[in-house]
Structures are given as structure tokens and as C-alpha cells.
Design a protein around this ligand. Structure first.
Ligand code: IPD
Ligand code: CA
Ligand code: CA
Length: 252
């Protein structure tokens, strides 16, 4: 299955790169900072079509095209974020990812995060017992503390009120990074170039990332340590075991 998914991702990426030179059709979803383009929708349709041909019984949980309400816990579910970091895609034409995760009976089995413009694919999970960076196995990052690394934050946590102790957490860390693309934050955690990430995310933003974090025995949860709901946008925290226990002391 993983080889098919990798092929679909590479093919989808070629289409996205070709579309970078075309005029985009841009719509607002919930206000002027929440965008969707024709390329997001077309990419999801392309991936859904591939999945339906490969496994007609599979369910789809995808950000676009009204496929965002699927229950994660029944059967095989493909979770799709066709372009993660749409704002970066529109304004920077880089720093965006394609993300796919495969869950079976609610258990994450495979995750794929592809940084399209850097041609960098991170993939793996419990089904393979490994995580890969392109064709090379990725080593598990060190269990570093907040004070010894960089923490990623979702932009809304930084520009909004200090409800989640983001200021205190940011001051304790070596620095804060705001990448505008959850996929890139998860890549940084898997590589060990960031040791934590706090944000407000939807299931397709975190599905692929947590499957690979799980493989590395890293920790993640919702607000006040409850499991992620896979149902709508929610507070997300994740990182090394050390960072997660420190963040929890801030009572988030
Ligand atoms: C967004 C990005 C962003 C995160 C938002 C997501 P989208 O995804 O991952 O970094 O802060 O919460 O919605 O909408 O560009 O797929
Ligand atoms: Ca996303
Ligand atoms: Ca998206």
C-alpha cells in the first residue's frame, strides 16, 4: 500500500507544481486568512479517485469537498490534507505539504508528509515499524527538554490572547518557530530540529504527523491531556516526552 500512496503523492505534487504558473481561483472559508484554492480541491479529488480505485471500501476523511465529517474509528480510513499550508502556497509558492494518513479501526498505521518544493518525503508508522526520510530510515530524535530546543506554534496561539501559556513556554524554549504549515512542524519534530509543537488543528492537520510520532514513542494530546478527538478543530500539543511533561506543568 505504501508504494501506491507514494506514487499518488508524487503525481499530485507534479500537478500542483504545474499549477503554480496558472492563475489561482482563491476562496475564503472562515475569513480572509483561511483560504482554499482550486488546486486544493483538485488535488483532493485526484487523491480520492486513486484511493477509490485502489480500495473501494475505504473511507475518506479529507479537508475539502465536504468529506470532513468521516468517523476515524470504523474500517480503513484515508485522512487527506491535499495542501497543508495553503496561505504559504498562495503567498510564498513554497513551504506547503501534501499529507495522507491511513487508520485502521481507529489505529494509525501509516503517515506521509511531503514537502513539495523541497522534494522531501517523510513516511512510515506502526505498519512498517519505521519512519523514512525519502528512502533512508530516519533515526529517533533525542528526548530533549524545552530549554534545549525550538518549539513550533500555530499562528493563532501567538496572535491571540495568552490562553495557553504560550509566552511562558516560548520564553523557556531556545526559541519559537511559526512555519504556517503543520506538516513542516511535524517534519521538524521527526527530524529533531524542533522538539515540540502547540497549535489549534483539525484531524487532517495532525493525522499523518502523530502516526509517525507514535512510531518514535513521542507524545501528543489535546487540551488537558485528553486524547485527540478527530472531530473538528481542537487544541493540539505534541513533542518529545520531556517537552510534553514540562508543557503539562503549565496546565495546558
Ligand atoms: C493550516 C496550517 C497552519 C495551521 C492551521 C492549519 P491549511 O492548514 O497547517 O500551519 O496553523 O491550523 O489549518 O488550512 O493550510 O491546510
Ligand atoms: Ca492543514
Ligand atoms: Ca489544507
Amino acid at each position: 500500500m505504501e508504494n501506491e500512496i507514494i506514487q499518488w503523492i508524487y503525481q499530485a505534487a507534479e500537478k500542483i507544481k504545474a499549477a503554480l504558473n496558472d492563475e489561482l481561483v482563491i476562496d475564503e472559508k472562515n475569513g480572509r486568512t483561511d483560504l482554499v484554492t482550486n488546486v486544493d480541491k483538485e488535488t483532493q479529488d485526484f487523491l480520492v479517485d486513486k484511493i477509490r480505485t485502489y480500495d473501494p471500501d475505504a473511507h475518506i476523511l479529507g479537508e475539502e469537498n465536504g468529506q470532513d465529517q468521516t468517523d476515524i474509528s470504523n474500517g480503513r480510513v484515508f485522512v487527506i490534507d491535499p495542501i497543508d499550508g495553503t496561505m504559504n502556497f498562495v503567498l510564498q509558492k513554497e513551504n506547503f505539504c501534501i499529507m495522507i494518513a491511513v487508520f485502521e479501526e481507529g489505529i494509525g498505521q501509516l503517515g506521509f508528509i511531503y514537502d513539495v518544493m523541497r522534494d522531501d518525503l517523510f513516511w512510515g508508522g506502526p505498519k512498517l515499524g519505521k519512519v523514512f526520510h525519502n528512502r533512508k530510515e530516519l533515526p529517533k530524535p533525542a528526548n530533549t527538554k524545552l530549554a534545549d530546543g525550538l518549539i513550533g506554534m500555530g499562528v493563532s496561539l501567538v496572535t491571540g490572547e495568552n490562553k495557553f501559556h504560550t509566552k511562558e513556554i516560548g520564553r523557556e524554549a531556545m526559541g519559537v518557530r511559526i512555519l504556517g504549515c503543520a506538516g513542516l512542524d511535524f517534519i521538524a519534530i521527526l527530524k529533531g530540529t524542533q522538539n515540540g509543537y502547540i497549535s489549534r488543528l483539525s484531524p487532517w492537520d495532525y493525522a499523518a504527523g502523530i502516526v509517525m510520532m507514535q512510531q518514535f514513542d513521542m507524545a501528543f494530546s489535546g487540551f488537558q491531556d485528553q486524547p485527540l478527538s478527530f472531530n473538528g478543530r481542537e487544541f493540539f500539543k505534541g513533542g518529545t516526552q520531556a517537552v510534553m511533561s514540562e508543557i503539562t506543568e503549565y496546565d495546558i
